[in-house]
Ligand binder design. Structure first.
Ligand code: HEM
Length: 494
């Protein structure tokens, strides 16, 4: 009997010393005291408090802190020196298991979560879709859906307190479906479309799963109603996008391969969509399968929908709260975009002040407020070995409020983004679209969409603050406000 006890004791001691040695490497990094087994879980279980908690931890323990989710150690950082390693090292390009747990059934091996050779080859074929020439085609899409948005906002403008986010979210869904698949699902006119509902379900499931230990465990999750609704939503999404992909593939195959232009039934040149690029691409001489194309199309839908609607809505809120800034934006828009003028990509690029306003809004309210990487191969930072499998999260919300880089950091001040001021900051002090190898592929697309739609809104409405309303921020997969993002709209006379 005592032999068994001795073996167990020995095993325990080996594990204890292994753990001790592992943790010893990080003794220079501070953080809240973890409890055995559960770590710091109880501090993090309420997502509404995350922002305040992270801010407090950074001021108490430093720019990089240790946090334990169960036994797993995570570093959370706002330190630009560590970010240089995280963003630029080839050993830190992979995403954490959270991404796989939340999105793999939906986004498969799409760009957001894939790794290694697959990510490299897909990123290479998709990059041209975001070049200047390709983006030019999308301006018309932003503009036409923007007109519908203005109509919907007008209908709701009698409300004293309007949550613009709900309405804008349908606009961004329309835009991304149209640009990714060339199919308009008309979410703004038909918010009950079953595909739209399925996408919404999927976007809501991710934050619910993220912080609930029962939902996080794959085998327990499979017995829940949430899992059943996920499977149902996925069936709808997959059959819808695979149907469009197949139809488009057949159409392209029925045409001559040297036909570069593509016209619709009215003889108008059809814009290239992300799906078309994928259908025409090959990797090592082989075309992509329909399922591979679907994964990428759905990745764009996910990556380009909630992020942009949060960015547009928070910018509207900031403009309502800062009438002097709004006045300057309005004057610039009237100057650059006179009435009845067809908006071009050059016009949007000329909205320089609006660009600074959007950047300042993304600083204060970064739609992706935290994102993570996992160390693939040991790297050394500041004398500390960052071992394989260590998870490092970048906390953009606090990074963008660092008083060393952004004095009076809570103040909304677009002039922080003059070329001169930007050049004086560390390049990684402001990264709403991430940076380095795995930065946001849709960054330029998003900036153009934001400019197009905000210009439309400000040209048609004066945005006013709602007395007594304050945002109640919460970190879900994207940054959101529990009580909505509310403004009052005052239609401008024509
Ligand atoms: C204001 C709007 C947007 C913001 C703030 C934003 C932010 C980000 C951030 C921070 C990342 C890195 C995430 C991580 O490392 O986990 C990212 C990645 C990505 N974004 Fe965006 N994004 C926006 C719009 C878009 C749009 C419009 C699209 C598509 C049309 C898009 C597609 C993607 C994709 C595919 C990735 C993964 C890239 C890769 O790993 O190679 N995003 N985005």
């Amino acid at each position: 009997m005592w032999q068994y006890a001795a073996v167990i004791l020995l095993l325990f001691l080996v594990l204890y010393f292994k753990r001790y040695k592992y943790l010893k490497q990080f003794e220079k990094i501070d953080g809240p005291k973890p409890y055995p087994i559960v770590g710091n879980y109880f501090l993090l279980k309420n997502p509404k408090k995350h922002i305040a908690i992270f801010n407090e931890f950074h001021s108490k323990y430093g720019k990089t802190i240790k946090l334990f989710t169960g036994m797993l150690m995570n570093l959370i950082t706002t330190d630009v020196k560590l970010l240089e390693v995280v963003m630029n090292s080839p050993n830190l390009t992979n995403k954490t298991n959270d991404y796989i747990m939340l999105f793999s059934r939906w986004l498969g091996d799409g760009l957001l979560i894939s790794s290694g050779e697959k990510w490299i080859s897909h990123r290479k074929i998709l990059t041209p879709a975001f070049h200047y020439k390709a983006l030019e085609d999308f301006i018309e899409v932003f503009e036409s859906h923007g007109k519908l948005l203005v109509g919907n906002l007008l209908k709701a403008s009698s409300e004293e307190c309007m949550d613009v986010h709900t309405i804008i979210n349908l606009y961004t869904l329309d835009v991304i479906c149209d640009t990714a698949m060339g199919t308009s699902v008309n979410a703004q006119c038909n918010p009950d479309h079953k595909y739209m509902k399925a996408i919404k379900t999927m976007c809501e499931i991710a934050p619910t799963r993220l912080l609930n230990p029962i939902y996080r465990s794959e085998w327990m999750y499979k017995y829940t109603n949430l899992y059943k609704s996920e499977i149902k939503a996925l069936e709808t999404i997959k059959s819808f996008s695979l149907g469009i992909i197949e139809k488009r593939r057949q159409f392209l195959e029925s045409r001559h391969s040297d036909d570069v232009n593509d016209y619709d039934e009215f003889g108008k040149r059809r814009k290239m969509t992300f799906m078309d690029i994928l259908l025409k691409s090959t990797i090592n001489g082989k075309p992509l399968t329909n399922e591979e194309i679907r994964e990428e199309v759905d990745t764009f839908l996910f990556g380009g929908h909630d992020t942009t609607s949060a960015a547009i809505s928070f910018t509207c809120y900031n403009l309502a709260e800062n009438p002097d800034v709004q006045k300057l934006v309005y004057e610039e828009i009237c100057h650059v975009l006179p009435t009845d003028h067809t908006v071009t990509i050059t016009d949007l690029q000329n909205l320089k002040y609006l660009e600074m306003v959007i950047k300042e809004s993304l600083r204060l309210y970064p739609p992706v407020m935290i994102f993570g990487r996992v160390v693939d191969k040991e790297v050394v930072y500041n004398g500390i070995k960052l071992p394989k499998d260590l998870r490092i999260a970048v906390n953009l919300y606090s990074l963008h409020r660092d008083p060393d880089e952004f004095p009076d950091s809570e103040k909304f001040d677009p002039l922080r983004f003059t070329a001169d001021k930007q050049s004086k900051r560390h390049p990684l002090a402001y990264i709403p679209f991430s940076a380095g190898h795995r930065n946001c592929i849709g960054q330029k697309f998003a900036m153009l969409e934001l400019k197009s739609v905000i210009a439309k809104v400000i040209k048609n409405f004066e945005l006013l603050p709602v007395p007594g309303f304050t945002l109640q921020l919460t970190s879900k997969v994207t940054l959101q406000s529990v009580n909505g993002i509310c403004v009052k709209l005052n239609p401008r006379s024509a």
